[in-house]
Design a protein around this ligand. Structure first.
Ligand SMILES: [Zn+2]
Length: 128
């Protein structure tokens, strides 16, 4: 799932109009609404690990936190079932939320360490 240049430009605006939201909802369905809500509620975070300098994006869902690799992967069940197995969707709402958060520069920046990274990834990569 890759947003078009036009979509990125629209999402970069300070305020989304009702017609912008209708456009995205028509294309991405309720996933877009859920993604936008997740961003507005501050449920997207970008971790930065030292000393490696590596990063990781997570989106806090209703049950737990999911690891998101931008435009590629999410550790949630919906991504596995609907995108990978059934191929009935291009994305889950967490993947959309990560892109919206990054474009709108609206996410929590978390400083952490490589020592903590391993245990965080064990939690985030669970697929249950
Ligand atoms: Zn997901």
């Amino acid at each position: 799932m890759v947003l078009t240049a036009h979509e990125v430009a629209v999402l970069s605006q300070a305020e989304l109009t009702q017609s912008d939201i209708e456009y995205f909802r028509a294309k991405y369905g309720l996933r877009f609404i859920r993604a936008l809500r997740a961003v507005e509620e501050g449920r997207v975070a970008k971790y930065h690990f030292e000393p490696s300098g590596s990063t990781a994006w997570i989106v806090k869902g209703l049950q737990r936190e999911y690891l998101v690799i931008p435009d590629l992967y999410c550790s949630c069940r919906s991504f596995y079932q609907s995108v990978v197995i059934a191929r009935e969707a291009d994305t889950c709402y967490h993947l959309l939320a990560q892109r919206i958060a990054e474009i709108r520069n609206s996410y929590e920046a978390v400083e952490s360490t490589d020592a903590k990274r391993r245990s965080l990834f064990v939690l985030w990569r669970r697929t249950d």
